[in-house]
Design a protein around this ligand. Structure first.
Ligand SMILES: C[S@@+](CC[C@H](N)C(=O)[O-])C[C@H]1O[C@@H](n2cnc3c(N)ncnc32)[C@H](O)[C@@H]1O
Length: 413
């Protein structure tokens, strides 16, 4: 059937209203007339795939990657820069509007291609060869990546070495690759035990592939290091941190730098800062190096130890604590004049309730989920906080993900 696309959805699909209801069409743009074939039902509507673009939008561009359209890693390489930036900004605007939060949303700050420093890919042996890559959208099938314009050259470069190495020990699983300052940190997730052959061959493989730490996990237990040629180290600003196994790291170095600058700017006038959901100290450590008193709170003990080791010099204090079960209470929050928080996708509901009650003068909220950010922003707005402009940061280039940051200040009564 032929349909006219009306708008873009939250996942980058073109959306059309037809006589049969809503139709979701990946790779189609607003204004386009497309010939489609219907596939599966989707919630309230119907999915369809493009057979022909009968009338193309002037915003349509050639995708940067030969795998676009098949690989589930990217959803928006067919959008021109203007449409793409507006779509990302609208993801934030729409979430705020749904939660009834009135805030200016600034132009999206986007990272360049070839900057994603951490990926988690599937791999599977098929006859004599191994395929390694992201999964197809909505499927378990792995796309064998011949290229990836999103990931750093070193991350892409290790894939051919992995294709040769992995099938000698396992025939399917997942592999997480993180680029650090002194090499690649690689974790293989596969069933079974690493055997003696693997341990014997690991040094030569890691040397050839530029891997500083190779670890193995059966999926149920924590990864076990097989070979550590050198501790993986990442610099947050000027502060070097030894990264624990399986720890959180912002997906791109430029994105992390942009978020860090935002946070440092926001707390410029503050003296005592609590960094909640601190990870390995991407904000705590540079804020401490900028002369602030910093208390970092994080649930993962190994990450807390990494912050402690790197932050001792600046007197950073660290607390291992689950902020969902045990949020900081007003009696604990009162000693800070700024709170930085950067929760996972679920947001920071219980902690935000406590912040609202405590009335800390300044809250800097960094988020990877506009929906939970908007929900939490609403709680702060209802508690007499004024929200500053919301800055979208696009670190997951060409995907439907968007991060953002905003500053909340207590209104003067
Ligand atoms: C989005 S990351 C942010 C880390 C850090 N701000 C950064 O930029 O690298 C969220 C962090 O929250 C931690 N976390 C998740 N759930 C938590 C909880 N219930 N309590 C405390 N920390 C938690 C995770 O371990 C992770 O390090």
């Amino acid at each position: 059937m032929e349909i006219r696309i009306n708008s873009l959805g939250a996942r980058g699909d073109g959306i059309a209203e037809s006589g049969e209801g809503t139709v979701y069409v990946p790779d189609a743009l607003p204004g386009e007339l497309v010939r489609v074939v219907k596939t599966l039902r989707r919630g309230d509507g119907q999915r369809a795939v493009v057979r022909d673009v009968v009338e193309a939008s002037s915003e349509r561009i050639s995708p940067a990657c030969g795998h676009f359209g098949t690989c589930g890693g990217c959803a928006a390489q067919h959008m021109g820069a203007g449409l793409y930036a507006a779509w990302k900004r609208d993801l934030v605007r729409n979430s705020l509007a749904r939660a009834g939060v009135d805030a200016e949303v600034l132009t999206t700050v986007s990272v360049l291609p070839s900057t994603r420093r951490r990926v988690r890919l599937g791999f599977r042996q098929i006859r004599d060869s191994v395929i390694v890559g992201f999964r197809e959208a909505g499927s378990d099938r792995i796309v064998d990546l011949a290229e990836c314009p999103v990931a750093t050259p070193r991350v892409v470069g290790v894939l051919s070495a992995l294709r040769r190495f992995l099938p000698r020990f396992t025939n399917h699983g997942e592999v997480a690759v993180t680029e650090t300052d002194n090499g690649l940190d690689v974790v293989v997730f596969a069933k079974g035990e690493p055997d003696l052959d693997l341990r014997m061959d690991a040094p030569a493989f890691c040397d050839e592939a530029g891997i500083c730490r190779l670890s193995w996990s059966d999926g149920d237990s924590l990864p076990e290091p097989i070979l550590v040629a050198g501790e993986p180290v990442v610099r947050f600003g000027d502060v070097a941190v030894s990264m624990p196994l399986d720890s959180f790291l912002q997906p791109t170095a430029p994105g992390e730098a942009a978020l860090r600058d935002f946070v440092i700017d926001a707390v410029a006038e503050s003296t005592a800062v609590a960094d909640l959901y601190a990870g390995c100290g991407a904000f705590s450590l540079p804020v401490a190096a900028a002369g602030k008193t910093v208390h970092a709170v994080e649930a993962v003990a190994a990450q807390c130890a990494a912050v402690q080791a790197a932050g001792d010099h600046w007197g950073v204090t660290v607390e291992t604590r689950d902020l969902v079960r045990q949020p900081l209470r007003p009696s604990e929050l009162i000693r800070f004049d700024a709170i930085v928080l950067d929760p996972p996708r679920a947001g920071a509901g219980p902690q935000v309730e406590q912040l609202a009650a405590a009335g800390v003068p300044l809250v800097v909220y960094v988020s990877c989920n506009p929906a939970t950010f908007a929900r939490d922003a609403r709680v702060l707005a209802d508690a007499e906080y004024a929200i500053g402009p919301v800055q979208p940061f696009d670190q997951f280039l060409w995907s439907h993900h968007i991060e953002l940051a905003a500053v909340f200040r207590v209104r003067q009564s």
